[in-house]
Design a protein around this ligand. Structure first.
Ligand code: NAP
Length: 503
């Protein structure tokens, strides 16, 4: 089980390194292949089919001739450079640092490195590796498995990210048990269609939430109950669930908690359509969850799927046993990748969208539906400004204000030591009160009440009321503040009058 911290570390590893993308440099320039490349962020129109070096496997890698790929929301996040916060941190600020795309593939092993023993040339495999939108991909044997014999390449390519996410969300994060009531929000999408079937194999009573046109599909996958979200808000129901898998992230956390049993588990996998969370992605949701979970007996978890052969093999076995089948909405030729991305971006795919990679790859077809797709991307300058202004507003301005107030105090009290941290702590307490008010999701009243309570406590703290200092320290919910206040402020308290924050 991964903690939030581990998830963030994995996400940062994923974002900050190009390990996953690394293709082995090709010593022979004569060997070329076709691959999807993008040199700038934007709509699917930025995708290009270009000739690049054909990769050569290292000793612990395999070379795979790709036969089919599937598209995931992850692909359009990279294509668009969203969330924008990820650009300076990882994707590349003005243009993509790594210009290749795609993760899910199925194909035939063409060559193996000398340390590979479990696979041989000619094996049909499926797996996950960055840069999969190409004729060939090199990958380690850790993120692939043998393709189920009764499966086409297209069916196998639909599995890795979506089905692994569904499996790990329910089994590892959700601790699913037979007989439990499980609600799957977004039951008709890539992850959802696998999740409904996997939850049924665990013996759960499954409720799927989707739009009216998909009710029959979700029922046919085994769901015991279906809810049409266009007609009914499931968070207002009397029914309570033991486990909620949220693939959409369209409801406030308080709504999910309302229909979750007191000891129930909520698993969020991200969510947010192409025009949602473009700035910070799931970061705000994760912070909300980290704070809220301190106040509740319910388990609130976010997850990041981990690609591994063991779980890919479990999925293949489920399919061989006839317990699960992929739902494939559309199958495109590889030359229609832009069209496939556009369709996925609309956020209403029924199951998975796959592409066949034939022997002769045609030039990319111009999209038939160019009007669809994301809202206009703001200029890099605006993105830079926002990314600077927001952290500055929240972090730097209080530091400057604390210095200014401290200087003013020292001018009036030249014989006393300043109290910079005290000022900073007071200001940040009020900010924390406002954030808490926002997180309670109870409208402007909660915001005003929480802000006022914290401001009042900060004022009493400035009047040297020990109870206010202790209360505010505890209510900061911040272990760093607890330690600093315990060591630093306690000592300073004994020294003499505290600077009175002018707030
Ligand atoms: N954390 C991870 O490791 C991980 C892994 C994979 C995916 N994800 C994330 O999980 C999310 C889902 O991925 P996916 O591949 O399943 O996406 P997808 O294939 O695009 O599915 C989207 C589905 O959401 C449904 N939907 C849209 N609005 C809805 C609403 N208001 N209520 C209920 N359902 C709604 C749509 O159903 P209708 O057509 O019926 O509206 C559609 O079937 C994405 O945000 C993706 O980034 C995270």
């Amino acid at each position: 089980m991964k903690t939030h911290l581990q998830i963030l570390i994995i996400a940062f590893w994923f974002l900050f390194t190009d390990a996953g993308w690394a293709q082995t440099p090709n010593p022979s320039p004569a060997q070329r292949m076709k691959a999807i490349v993008y040199h700038e962020y934007g709509s699917p129109d930025v995708l290009r089919l270009e000739e690049v070096d054909k990769p050569v496997p290292l000793d612990n890698q395999l070379l795979i001739r790709v036969r089919a790929v599937s598209v995931n929301p992850l692909d359009w996040h990279f294509m668009e450079g969203t969330p924008y916060l990820g650009r300076p941190l990882a994707f590349g600020f003005l243009k993509p640092t790594v210009e290749r795309l795609g993760v899910d593939y199925a194909g035939t092993v063409e060559a193996v490195g000398k340390n590979i023993t479990d696979f041989k040339p000619g094996d049909e495999v499926f797996g996950n590796h960055f840069g999969a939108f190409a004729e060939y991909v090199v990958a380690s044997d850790k993120g692939m498995a043998l393709k189920p014999a009764n499966f086409t390449f297209e069916q196998a390519a639909s599995l890795p990210v979506a089905a692994l996410t569904a499996l790990q969300a329910l089994r590892d994060y959700g601790k699913i048990q037979p007989g439990q009531k499980v609600l799957i929000n977004g039951a008709s999408g890539g992850v959802g269609t696998f999740a409904v079937q996997i939850a049924k194999t665990f013996g759960a009573e499954v409720t799927g939430v989707c739009s009216g046109r998909n009710l029959e599909l979700v029922r046919s996958l085994g769901a015991d109950h279906v809810i049409d979200y266009t007609k009914e808000d499931f968070t207002q129901r009397a029914e309570r669930y033991d486990l909620i898998l949220d693939n959409v992230g369209n409801q406030p956390l308080s709504g999910f908690r309302r229909v979750l049993n007191p000891r129930g588990i909520y698993v969020g996998i991200g969510g947010g359509g192409v025009n949602d969370s473009r700035w910070t992605g799931p970061l705000v949701g994760v912070i909300k969850m980290l704070i809220t979970k301190r106040f509740t007996s319910q388990e609130l978890r976010m997850m990041l799927a981990e690609i591994n052969r063991k779980d890919l093999t479990i999925l293949a076995d489920l399919i061989q046993a006839g317990k699960m089948k992929p739902v494939i909405d559309k199958t495109y030729p590889f030359s229609q990748l832009p069209e496939a991305m556009r369709y996925l971006e609309e956020g209403h795919a029924r199951g998975k969208i796959v592409l066949t990679v034939g022997d002769n790859i045609e030039p990319l077809a111009p999209g038939a539906n160019r009007a669809a797709g994301p809202a206009g991307t703001p200029s890099p300058l605006l993105i830079a400004l926002e990314l600077i202004v927001i952290p500055a507003g929240v972090l730097i301005v209080p530091i400057i204000a604390a210095f200014v107030l401290n200087r003013r105090f020292k001018r009036g009290n030249p014989d006393k030591r300043g109290f910079r941290w005290g000022y900073y702590f007071s200001i940040m307490s009020i900010v924390a009160g406002l954030v808490l008010g926002l997180l309670l999701e109870a409208g402007p009243t909660a915001l005003i009440v929480c802000g006022l309570i914290y401001a009042l406590l900060a004022w009493f703290f400035a009047q040297r009321r020990r109870w206010a200092w202790i209360t505010l320290t505890i209510l900061s919910f911040n272990p760093v503040v607890w330690i600093i206040n315990a060591i630093y402020l306690w000592r300073r308290w004994a020294e003499g009058p505290v600077a009175t924050p002018a707030i």
